[in-house]
Design a protein around this ligand. Structure first.
Ligand code: HPA
Ligand code: ZN
Length: 359
């Protein structure tokens, strides 16, 4: 039987109408589709690598690093994020960073992850593309072998840099084409609309990459339209400002363009005053394919399960809503149809077994 038929049967059960407990959320099989590798650098690893590589940081201790993480907007975060990434120097450093995140995938029951890396952050300061991707892929392969983590890699262009720099980065990516699934766009959104990168994304699409862009995190709904119409995206990162444009909301629902939403990130970067203001359930209720993600977990106060817990604390989230979010995370991923069916089956079995135990 197809997983979708079983899912519909599951959705009719009374038990899924109850509130999702933290135990239910913690064990829920899920995928993560919006995660910046440099944003999973823990203060401890940053401190240790700074010492090892003799990189000067304006902090005397791990506690001082943690205390600095008070942000007023995206740019105030990016300034610290790029500074932190400067401690990464060797292939082994990128391995250690990636391995750390993979262990969190295991802990949070993330069965499949699509990690983003930003090569320009590192090539600009003299670290080679091969050093970055080599260490990252070695850790991913080890986690696949050791605990079965499924993964895809996304390369992001930094939008505060020029379109020429993005085109140069795409040339390097072509040498690793078999290992990179998608091309995305991140960094400072305001003042750097998708239209700046139309040509280089057309080339990336022609080369067969899936296309993703951060849009509508701080930028207006028009940036989301540009990502759709000019960059021809398969998925949008964030996209939360879509709800200022009813036609766009309708379009996203009709075309089932996935949005990778990052609740803790949005609150920490002051897009919302608090979690209760978040629009993820409004969008879910309007049949938009939203997913939950951690974005930059070590900077924003939590990994993927912490994002689910924060939503459950702020909203009366039912099991069915949580299942829909997890379901979306697999269907919005870039894995094959049989792989999606395999993971959706695991999701269904998990819910059945969890509720059979809970009398
Ligand atoms: N937005 C844009 N660029 C980023 C982000 C983000 O949330 N995290 C890391 N780079
Ligand atoms: Zn992001």
């Amino acid at each position: 039987m197809q997983a979708s038929t079983e899912f519909n049967q599951l959705a009719r059960l009374d038990k899924v109408k109850q509130l999702a407990s933290k135990a239910f959320l913690a064990g829920l099989p899920k995928a993560e589709l919006h995660l910046h590798l440099d944003g999973s650098l823990s203060p401890q690893l940053m401190f240790d690598l700074a010492n090892k590589n003799s990189v000067a940081l304006p902090y005397q201790s791990v506690e001082e690093i943690e205390a600095a993480y008070q942000f007023s907007d995206l740019q105030s975060f990016l300034d610290l994020y790029y500074q932190g990434a400067g401690v990464l120097q060797t292939e082994q450093d990128f391995y250690d960073l990636t391995w750390d995140y993979c262990l969190h995938c295991k802990a949070d029951n993330i069965l499949h992850t699509e990690l983003s890396f930003d090569p320009q952050t590192h090539t600009q300061r003299g670290i080679s593309f091969d050093t970055v991707i080599g260490g990252t892929l070695r850790a991913l392969k080890d986690s696949e072998q050791q605990f079965g983590l499924s993964y895809k890699l996304m390369l992001n262009f930094l939008r505060h840099l020029s379109a020429d720099s993005a085109a140069e980065t795409l040339e390097s990516a072509l040498l690793w084409k078999e290992k990179i699934t998608s091309i995305g766009l991140d960094s400072s959104e305001l003042g750097h609309p998708p239209s700046k990168f139309t040509d280089v994304f057309a080339k990336a699409k022609a080369e067969g990459f899936k296309i993703v862009a951060h849009a509508g995190e701080e930028g207006p709904p028009d940036y989301i339209w540009q990502a759709i119409n000019l960059l021809k995206v398969d998925r949008i990162d964030h996209g939360i400002r879509a709800d200022e444009d009813p036609k766009l909301m309708e379009y996203l629902a009709q075309h089932q363009i996935p949005l990778t939403v990052c609740p803790l990130s949005n609150v920490r970067l002051c897009v919302y005053e608090d979690m209760q203001q978040h629009n993820i359930f409004k969008m879910l209720g309007q049949n938009i394919r939203v997913t939950v993600n951690s974005d930059d977990p070590t900077y924003f106060g939590g990994y993927l399960n912490d994002n689910f817990f924060a939503l459950a604390d702020a909203f009366p989230m039912t099991q069915l809503q949580a299942i829909q979010l997890a379901h979306n995370s697999f269907t919005a991923s870039f894995i094959s149809y049989p792989q999606k069916q395999f993971f959706l089956q695991k999701l269904i079995s998990y819910v059945e077994q969890f509720n059979a135990k809970e009398k």
